[in-house]
Design a protein around this ligand. Structure first.
Ligand code: HEM
Length: 400
């Protein structure tokens, strides 16, 4: 296999789009790492995501269960299940992320965003947007959603980091011990949360998950635990990167930046175009359940398929002028939140969080720019975002 087809090479992680374009030209190809089959065109991506019978989500948990970890509830979570189990679980949890639940959260998210903005603007000179803002908003919102105490947020962030870094990280023995302890503490925190809410239910997500559905069916303890665990990788890292990628894109498009800073009503369309152009969830994985054919290529049973969402979102056959960021692009169904039965349960929440976060920040900014031209992207195949994002901020009102 030519070395140029390595999805994880440093050159590809720095800028994966030339390789994605080459893959779209040549069709379905085997790539590194591991000889996975890369599916890169929009139509093929939709075909795979719509067909859980031939392309299973089982096995996505492997990265979360290294040999040195005795157990990890996330490895059995919703996103890694196929029908009929997935259908039942999804039916039970989907209402917890609907518009009614979000309307309750909105003022609280706005308050968190205002407070993070105030803290960010206290910095003179350059400030790292990732560690001072983007990493905090989704963790705090998840804490709200679960009904945790605000003081538990830093701890939740550490647990989220440990869980998220499992598939990509190299863990020497002393690290392994720390991660095992960390996940055990997270499990204990969720155990306590479940028993508190069982004793006195409230209007939070955990209380809702504990209620029987219309037919009187309840989630088992293990199902509850894996769902709660899965919210950390699913809901934190992706939203952090949506916030950060938006600022990266705007830093490179001064005219659009000026327009959005002047007119926050443009934020929803800005976010949709960032989700297409620089999507935080770059890819997903599927396992081929039987010998099958896709666009003329034979895929053997048991092979792994990498579904390149970010490539599909640059497919010229579907998006005119696909490699250009266009703030005024007409809305077209994008795949940034997936497609089919696993379509992101948190899509509404993620859009709300990002809009409120940026609304709070932009209301206090006249302009911003990157403090360093160089960007280091997270070394991940699944998620794309910068590791750090140093910015120079020009506030609307001079600092006190
Ligand atoms: C910008 C932010 C986000 C992006 C780009 C994103 C993207 C995605 C994608 C692509 C999938 C489908 C994965 C697959 O089919 O293999 C997915 C599933 C999921 N997401 Fe998100 N997500 C985001 C935020 C969130 C948030 C905030 C939450 C909850 C707090 C969340 C919860 C979930 C869950 C539970 C699933 C699994 C659904 C299922 O299997 O039925 N996501 N997400």
């Amino acid at each position: 296999m030519p070395p140029s087809l390595d999805l994880m090479s440093p050159e590809t992680r720095a800028n994966p789009y030339p390789l994605y374009a080459e893959l779209r030209r040549s069709g379905i190809r085997q790539v590194e790492p591991g000889g996975m089959w890369a599916v890169s065109r929009y139509d093929d991506v939709v075909t795979v995501m719509k067909d859980p019978r031939r392309f299973s989500s089982a096995g996505l948990g492997q990265g979360f269960l290294p040999p040195w970890l005795p157990r990890n509830p996330v490895a059995q979570s919703l996103v890694m299940q196929d029908p009929p189990l997935h259908t039942r679980l999804r039916g039970r949890v989907s209402r917890t992320f609907g518009p009614a639940a979000l309307a309750v959260l909105e003022p609280k998210i706005r308050a968190i965003a205002d407070q993070l903005t105030r803290q960010l603007l206290r910095h003179d000179g350059s400030v790292d947007f990732m560690s001072e803002f983007a990493l905090h908003l989704p963790v705090n919102v998840l804490g709200l959603l679960l009904g945790l105490h605000p003081e538990q947020s830093p701890q939740l962030k550490q647990w989220a980091d440990d869980l998220i870094n499992l598939p990509a990280g190299r863990h020497p023995p002393e690290e392994q011990h720390r991660v095992r302890e960390s996940l055990a503490s997270l499990e204990q925190c969720f155990e306590e949360l479940l028993s508190t809410r069982r004793a006195s239910p409230g209007d939070d997500l955990v209380s809702e998950l504990l209620r029987p559905d219309a037919e009187g069916a309840m989630l088992s303890h293990d199902e509850l635990m894996s769902f709660l665990f899965a919210l950390l990788p699913a809901g934190v890292e992706t939203t952090v990167y949506l916030l950060a990628n938006t600022l990266v894109v705007l830093s490179e498009h001064p005219e659009d930046r000026a327009r959005v800073l002047k007119n926050p009503a443009l934020l929803p369309q800005l976010l949709e175009e960032v989700l297409r152009y620089e999507p935080p969830a770059h890819s997903s994985l599927r396992l081929v359940t039987e010998d099958t054919e896709l666009s003329g290529v034979r895929l053997p049973q048991g092979s792994l398929v990498v579904v390149l969402l970010a490539s599909a979102l640059r497919d010229e056959r579907h998006f005119p002028d696909a490699d250009r960021f266009r703030l005024d692009r007409e809305r077209s169904s994008h795949l940034a939140f997936g497609h089919g039965i696993h379509y992101c349960l948190g899509a509404l929440l993620a859009r709300l969080e990002a809009r409120l976060g940026l609304e709070a920040l932009f209301s206090q900014l006249r302009d911003f720019s990157r403090a360093s031209a160089e960007l280091h992207w997270a070394p991940s195949l699944i998620a794309r975002g910068p590791l750090a994002l140093p910015l120079h901020l020009t506030p609307t009102h001079p600092r006190e």
